[in-house]
Write a protein that binds this ligand. Structure first.
Ligand code: PMP
Length: 444
């Protein structure tokens, strides 16, 4: 019996002993195709030689130096390369150890920005009901996943939630996509006015929703309207790209496809590809200058921030992504994956929606695709699909959450950027069998 307190105490987890390319191996010699990159983390797959060499080299030089005493060459190089690779509007980087830390830092940065500017009355955070921003208390408060929040509610800071942009379930009959996007974006304006137009700090959203609903992009025009509303009321726009960022959707940042520039961006997972725990907040000059001309520091910090080993991993991963032109493969293989999913599932009685961008794709499982009614949550169909997939040597990421009273079962696919066409075929074939087997058991 494992002595580690895992997320699920009774989970009987296989022991991972190795990995190569897009595969992981367990202690019994069984091979699994990592079609979810863990949780959209392993963008380069496993044991990539360039990343391993970079880690060994950094370890030989310097494993750790506290940021209160030193900066390091490797962390500076990472910051420079992230800024150089990002579109205009990103001028500074705050390096942390993961996604929740990045979101906590972004929320506090946004609050301190207004304190520095003499607008300390601003105190409200608005987010969306379909969202996950991390499990630490601030990030959990911003998130909208009721199941994750419920028992901790007395400990959470007050946040406010508006509708998600979730066309599959939210769009009214006869409503155009654009109208729908505008209608749900306008909920932000109504909420800002309700709370007091000069009392709101920030609006927080995942550019493409990940861990609550499996790769849900917003409809065209939604984020443009959101940006307009934020600008009208001086509200900061924080985009959580912990899951959907760093190339996962085919552009380095997912927001590039929305033709907007956010004020703060949280990134993690694909930044270091799982080789080290690492995350970051990306910010523009405007925020930085408020700190620089104000108190002169950001009142935050962690012992392991800008860790040299984490920086070495992230720099090496991003070098490979850039130098091997892997974003082109994300776009090409993403299209193929979408095509294969459509072929396999577009008439499937239990698949209601197929969606996503790049190598970030989701399917929504329903009991009846006609009226979109979900399975009884007690059946945990998403978990059953994961189990059936693992039995067939395939890792897919299961999600089940309640959004606006509708329980959903979702499966996320986020294979490494190096995936090949043949591997995509195998992934969809095994997933199809796993869905059929899990659904057959659920209705039996
Ligand atoms: N934001 C999003 C969108 C995420 O998907 C996650 C992790 N699933 C987090 C934040 C939290 O990141 P971490 O688990 O690294 O703390």
């Amino acid at each position: 019996m494992s002595k580690i307190l895992h997320r699920s105490i009774h989970a009987d987890l296989p022991v991972a002993v190795g990995g190569r390319g897009i595969e992981l191996f367990d202690a019994h010699g069984k091979t699994y195709i990592d079609a979810s990159g863990g949780a959209a983390v392993s963008c380069l797959g496993h044991n990539h030689p360039h990343v391993l060499a970079a880690l060994h080299a950094q370890l030989d030089k310097l494993a750790y130096a506290h940021t209160g005493f030193f900066t390091t060459e490797i962390a500076e190089r990472l910051a420079d390369s992230l800024i150089a690779d990002s579109p205009d509007g990103i001028d500074y980087v705050y390096l942390v150890s993961g996604g929740s830390e990045a979101m906590e830092a972004a929320l506090k940065m946004a609050r301190q920005y207004f304190v520095e500017k003499g607008e300390s009355q601003r105190r409200h955070i608005i987010a969306r009901r379909q969202s996950y921003h991390g499990n630490t208390l601030g990030a959990l408060a911003a998130g909208g996943n009721e199941w994750r929040r419920a028992q901790f509610r007395p400990l959470l800071i007050e946040t406010h939630h508006i509708a998600p942009c979730y066309a599959y379930r939210g769009r009214l009959a006869g409503e155009g996509e654009y109208q729908y996007g505008e209608r749900v974006a306008n909920e932000l304006e109504a909420k800002i006015l309700e709370l007091g137009s000069d009392e709101v700090i920030a609006f927080v959203a995942e550019t493409v929703v990940g861990a609550t609903a499996g790769a849900v992009p917003a409809v065209d025009g939604y984020f443009k309207r959101i940006r307009e509303i934020c600008d009208s009321y001086g509200v900061l726009l924080i985009l959580d790209e912990v899951m959907c960022g760093m190339g996962r959707t085919g552009t380095l940042h997912a927001y590039e496809q929305e033709a907007i520039v956010p004020d703060l961006i949280a990134i993690a997972k694909g930044l270091g590809g799982g080789y080290q725990p690492v995350g970051a907040v990306l910010l523009g000059r405007r925020i930085y200058d408020a700190f620089a001309t104000g108190s002169g520091f950001f009142q935050h910090g962690h012992t392991y921030m800008a860790h040299p080993m984490a920086a070495a991993a992230a720099l090496a991963v991003q070098d490979v992504v850039r130098e091997h032109g892997l974003l082109d493969n994300v776009v090409r293989m993403g299209e193929l994956l979408n095509h294969r999913l459509q072929e396999r599932f577009h008439n499937h009685h239990s698949v209601g929606d197929i969606r996503g961008r790049g190598l970030f794709r989701g399917i929504e499982i329903v009991a009846d695709r006609g009226d979109k009614s979900p399975f009884d949550p007690a059946r945990k169909v998403n978990v059953a699909i994961k189990r059936e997939a693992m039995a067939r040597g395939l890792m897919v990421y299961p999600m089940g959450g309640t959004i606006d009273g509708v329980q959903g079962d979702h499966i996320l696919l986020a294979p490494p950027f190096i995936v090949s066409a043949g591997q995509i075929d195998t992934i969809v074939e095994r997933l199809g069998d796993a869905v059929d087997a899990a659904v057959a058991r659920s209705v039996a």
